[in-house]
Design a protein around this ligand. Structure first.
Ligand SMILES: NC(=O)c1ccc[n+]([C@@H]2O[C@H](COP(=O)([O-])OP(=O)(O)OC[C@H]3O[C@@H](n4cnc5c(N)ncnc54)[C@H](O)[C@@H]3O)[C@@H](O)[C@H]2O)c1
Length: 443
């Protein structure tokens, strides 16, 4: 790495923007590139295109200090950093495999403009073998140019959670670096040294293992959720309470409490696509990923669990019914609507003729963008007004503001005191004692 640390981040979405900003926070000079000019204009004007707690202030502070800037100019971005992070999207292709077109386009751009050594870092979640593809794509472009310039390709998957992205990036559990050459490994060690002053958190490994580690982590977490959802559905039938079961198994240190919450199914930009991509990788190489196929099937079914309860209560035809829905984002503290269970729930309720009035503390604009064409869906300005005149309340995302609501207001605003809780936020015995009909998951 040069004595002055200049880093380029390609792709200024959830991962790229957090990565670039946190690196700038440590004193590095960072240039973030995106192909989306509206995103870059907004960032240049001091706005940010996503909701992520604490990020707007950090972006502004580092931009004002001259350490963080934004561009759509590819030549400028390639010239800027010796380290070039690729943090573009890797959405699922038609067969579920990861679509690498954006990653490879970014790699070719680097090769097209570079004038000296570059460390190309795959931060996007990419299947095993992608680093090789990046290398090949870059060598092809360099050959066309007749330029024999040196570069390294490193795998450095990102483990941040939306909603706690800054904390996760600043204090990572581990930093996975997959690299083959010493120069690149030394560069990555220096780059990440400020993030691990307390103790070493870098795990250096071969590139393929690094690539697979990211998928393995997400697939394991998705598996825990689907496992708990299936168990919750069984507990309901058996007359057991899944919340006691959850605590009972979470206390076992071999199991632990994390990611054992039953609900309306996992969503977001990572678990669904990463599970699909790993299944596709397995298929491609002759391995039937039986567990993960079941994880996905269970999740698809779980997204309809709450609607099935509504149908059991109100009948197949929901025309003339209106439902209040709290929570649109796939999880709290984000505005990310990708693969959010709320989308399936709203589609199914409105397909059956119901109207839905939804409230979300952060995701309303994004929900309007992706679901706004549904004439039976309206958005409320606050949680109380969503309730007015509705047949029931459905809770889909566990935002903090929903955890201790004004139950008296819920009772008086709804046509009847009826809650379908997809996140098990309340005490069933107490609510039922207060005269509520309360239908949750697995209890
Ligand atoms: N979102 C998460 O929580 C998370 C966590 C860990 C890993 N990941 C992975 O990180 C990657 C990025 O995810 P994201 O959620 O940040 O996606 P995103 O869609 O929010 O951001 C990707 C950005 O890349 C831009 N882009 C596409 N092609 C480009 C190019 N050639 N040059 C410059 N910019 C380009 C897009 O315009 C977009 O702004 C994915 O592989 C994802 O799986 C995401």
């Amino acid at each position: 790495m040069h004595l002055s640390n200049k880093i380029t981040v390609i792709g200024s979405g959830y991962v790229g923007l957090v990565t670039g900003t946190c690196l700038a926070e440590m004193g590095n000079h960072v240039l973030c590139l995106d192909v989306d000019p509206t995103k870059i204009e907004l960032l240049q004007q001091g706005g940010i295109p996503i909701y992520e707690p604490g990020l707007d202030e950090m972006v502004r502070r580092n931009a004002a200090a001259g350490r963080l800037s934004f561009t759509t100019d590819v030549a400028e971005s390639v010239a800027f950093g010796e380290i070039q992070f690729i943090a573009v999207g890797t959405p699922p292709d038609e067969d579920g495999s990861a679509d690498l077109q954006y990653v490879l386009a970014a790699a070719r751009n680097i090769a097209h403009h570079m004038d000296g050594y570059r460390v190309v870092v795959d931060k996007s979640t990419v299947p095993v073998g992608t680093a090789d593809k990046v290398k090949t794509a870059m060598l092809e472009v360099l050959a066309e140019r007749g330029a024999a310039l040196p570069f390294s390709v490193v795998s450095n998957p990102e483990f941040l959670k939306e909603g706690a992205a800054i904390e996760d990036f600043m204090k990572p559990d581990r930093i996975i670096v997959g690299a083959e050459d010493e120069q690149a490994i030394a560069t990555m060690r220096r780059l990440y040294a400020p993030f691990q002053r307390n103790h070493e958190r870098i795990l250096c490994m071969d590139v393929r293992s690094a690539e697979l580690t990211k998928y393995a982590a997400n697939a394991m977490l998705a598996t825990r959720i689907s496992f708990m959802n299936e168990l919750a559905n069984l507990a309901e039938t058996l007359g057991a309470d899944i919340e006691w079961v959850r605590k009972g198994i979470g206390a076992d240190p071999r199991i632990g409490y994390h990611f054992l919450y039953p609900g309306t199914g996992y969503g977001g930009s990572c678990f669904p696509k990463d599970v699909k991509a790993l299944v596709a990788s397995g298929r491609e190489h002759g391995h039937a990923m039986r567990v993960l196929n079941a994880v996905e099937a269970a999740n698809d079914a779980q997204k309809l669990r709450l609607v099935n309860k509504v149908v059991a209560r109100f009948g197949e035809d929901l025309s003339g019914r209106r439902f209040a829905l709290w929570g649109l984002a796939f999880k709290p503290n984000t505005d990310d609507m990708r693969e959010a269970p709320s989308r399936v729930i709203v589609d199914e309720l409105t397909r059956r003729g119901a109207e839905v009035v939804a409230f979300d503390p952060a995701a309303t604009d994004e929900a309007r963008r992706v679901m706004g064409s549904n004439p039976k869906l309206a958005f409320a300005a606050d949680m109380d007004s969503a309730l007015l005149g509705a047949d029931a309340l459905l809770i889909v995302t566990e935002w903090k503001a929903f955890r201790a609501p004004d139950f008296e207001r819920i009772r008086t605003s709804l046509k009847q005191p009826l809650i379908f809780d997809g996140r098990n936020l309340y005490d069933p015995a107490w609510l039922r004692g207060e005269g509520f009909e309360y239908l949750a998951i697995g209890r």
